[in-house]
Design a protein around this ligand. Structure first.
Ligand code: FAD
Length: 390
């Protein structure tokens, strides 16, 4: 009963099934119990709260749309979106961990892996017994991953992997890494690298002011000998990693609206209680403008996400539509967090309230999985047929 009530100005709950609402409320309950009490401290200490991993697995947050025979949740995309929304209302770093595990590690193994790979990895990833990470970005190739230099060459029944990946979420503690690298012909392939393989290290990236409860690191490959059976057999080229990103970006479009809801809810309560000049600051027009615009943007994004979820369930969502939703949600959530922080005045910069934490987290989310600029260029290309990237 005392659960967070999400803003629902256009009665979007009426569009959801009882199962959707059940999944959402289960994750909401869990976030309240397991995340809210510890997250501020974890961020202040810049540590990933690894004790939450089994709980995330039990809730079905790792691979919600992967079929149950492989340990996944077998749920639809709206349920997946709602889960990400609730996790990110807790913290973007926690949602990032789930996104990486489900969309960037389990999804490629499920979609492009052999039956042996699926059976070996998916059930353990679904419970969180094994955690994974996704290595695409390199020090010199971020927005332009096709230029990657990480590569492997054949050596009998193994390949020898060399190169480095940067900014990799979950890297410091991951048991496996899905790494995108070029073969001798320059074709991008997915390789499953396991911790413990000689020459494979994962140094942690320190000093972040954003996503402090998420562990980020590098993947360094120094002549790593990987069995050929660890190559994902059913994909080649950039469409492999890009299809994983489409799945994760879809979750982000929902997720950041969870963070935005938390900022809006916090700012609205504060504005009604805090008095200046003898009246609540929520009574001033300038405060109302901020709050009214927040709820308008949240509502527009909720509708876009819901419709995108329906299209995804029908197999009709395009990567460009997902780009538009990811970009829109991140932009409005970032603005909502900044406005909420203003409404809270000085209190807005403290850890007493979640707003500044969300605001700083969202600066990463608007950049990773395709930057704000890159997603605009994807829309531009989609509507004009002209590529403005190069
Ligand atoms: P750059 O590509 O150097 O871009 C810098 C700026 O130039 C941006 O504003 C960009 O929009 C702009 N720009 C670039 N090209 C163009 C163009 N053609 N036209 C207009 N503007 C352009 N990567 C992974 O592979 N796995 C992960 O798990 C992962 N986790 C991450 C976690 C965090 C906390 C962060 C910050 C990043 C993570 N990333 C991960 C990397 C992320 O995806 C990249 O940071 C992102 O793709 C941008 O690349 P870049 O940082 O190299 O920026």
């Amino acid at each position: 009963k005392d659960l967070f009530q999400s803003p629902d100005y256009f009665r979007i709950d009426d569009l959801l099934t009882p199962e959707h609402l059940m999944v959402r409320d289960a994750v909401r309950q869990w976030v309240k119990k397991e995340i809210s009490p510890i997250i501020e401290d974890a961020c202040q200490q810049a540590t990933f709260p690894s004790q939450i991993i089994p709980g995330l697995g039990e809730l079905g947050c790792f691979g919600p749309t992967i079929p149950q025979e492989y340990g996944g949740g077998g749920m639809d995309h709206i349920a997946y979106g709602l889960m990400m929304q609730e996790l990110e209302r807790g913290d973007s770093g926690i949602r990032s961990t789930a996104s990486v595990q489900g969309s960037l590690v389990m999804y490629p193994i499920y979609t492009f892996g052999s039956e042996e790979q699926k059976k070996k990895y998916l059930p353990k990833l679904a419970t969180g017994e094994w955690m994974g990470c996704f290595g695409l970005t390199e020090p010199d190739f971020g927005s332009n991953p096709s230029g990657m230099v990480t590569h492997f060459k054949e050596d009998g029944d193994h390949v020898i992997l060399n190169g480095a990946k940067m900014w990799i979420s979950n890297a410091p503690f991951a048991r496996i890494a899905v790494v995108w690298a070029k073969d001798e012909a320059g074709i991008i392939k997915g390789v499953i690298v396991e911790r413990g393989m000689e020459g494979f290290t994962t140094p942690e990236t320190k000093g972040k002011w954003s996503l402090r409860a998420s562990a980020t690191g590098e993947l360094v490959f120094d002549n790593v000998k990987v069995p050929k059976e660890n190559i994902l057999p059913n994909v080649k080229g950039l469409k492999g990693p890009l299809s994983c990103l489409s799945s994760a970006r879809y979750g982000i479009a929902w997720g950041v609206i969870g963070a935005a809801m938390d900022c809006y809810d916090t700012a609205l309560r504060y504005a009604k209680e805090r008095e200046q000049f003898g009246r609540p600051i929520g009574g001033f027009q300038l405060t109302q403008k901020k709050l009214a615009e927040m709820i308008t943007e949240i509502t527009k994004a909720q509708l876009m996400n819901w419709r995108l979820g329906v299209l995804k369930n029908e197999g009709k969502a395009t990567p460009a539509q997902i780009s538009m939703a990811k970009r829109n949600s991140c932009a409005v959530a970032t603005q909502i967090a900044r406005d909420a922080r203003q409404i809270l005045g000085g209190m807005g910069i403290t850890g007493e309230f979640p707003v500044m934490r969300h605001m700083m987290n969202l600066e990463s989310v608007i950049t990773y999985e395709g930057t704000h600029e890159i997603h605009l260029l994807i829309t531009g290309q989609d509507i004009t047929g002209l590529d403005a990237f190069h």
